[in-house]
Design a protein around this ligand. Structure first.
Ligand code: HEC
Length: 138
């Protein structure tokens, strides 16, 4: 090998090394960006309200009781998962009267004669979903 060839080989080697190092550090900074984005998202979602808080804020507890245990005005919201799918329960909250022909509801109508379950079709479906997710765990 001549001296010139050696120099070319060395320069090429260094160039390749720098290329590889560059790639590696680039990947690292991508990872940092991603983890930053993820922690931002986590912060955002923890600022959003959870199902139980929404239920309290919406005033469900004023009829169904502070622990949703039922009152003279409205039935307990327990074991709902026995009767409801997530979708049906969301639809119920949006339009309760559409379910009033169900057997259980004829009893409710007798028991809670003067009180109607309000319809909540003005609430964002995403938030209704959160409330329902909570209710279906009880
Ligand atoms: C004004 C009182 C009142 C308020 C406020 C109220 N409810 Fe009701 N709710 C009732 C009554 C009464 C019934 C019984 C069914 C009927 O009479 O329509 C009922 C029934 C229900 C049922 C059906 C129970 C079952 O056994 O399947 C669910 C679920 C429910 N309410 C959830 C809610 C949620 C969630 C909120 C708040 C977003 C809420 N209710 C707010 C009075 C109320």
């Amino acid at each position: 090998m001549t001296n010139a060839q050696k120099w070319i080989a060395i320069t090429l080697g260094v160039f390749l090394l720098l290329l590889v190092l560059g790639r590696l550090t680039e990947e690292n900074s991508n990872e940092e960006e991603i983890s930053q984005m993820m922690s931002q998202q986590i912060e955002q979602s923890s600022q959003e309200l959870d199902g139980l808080t929404l239920i309290k804020q919406t005033g469900c507890i004023s009829c169904h009781g502070a622990e949703l245990q039922g009152t003279k005005m409205a039935p307990a919201l327990q074991n709902l998962k026995e009767y409801w799918t997530r979708d049906n329960l969301i639809n119920y909250l949006r339009n309760p009267s559409s379910f009033s022909s169900d057997k259980r509801f004829t009893e409710y109508n007798e028991k809670y004669k003067n009180i109607m379950m309000p319809s909540y079709n003005n609430i964002d479906v995403k938030n209704l979903g959160k409330m329902v997710d909570y209710l279906l765990t009880k």
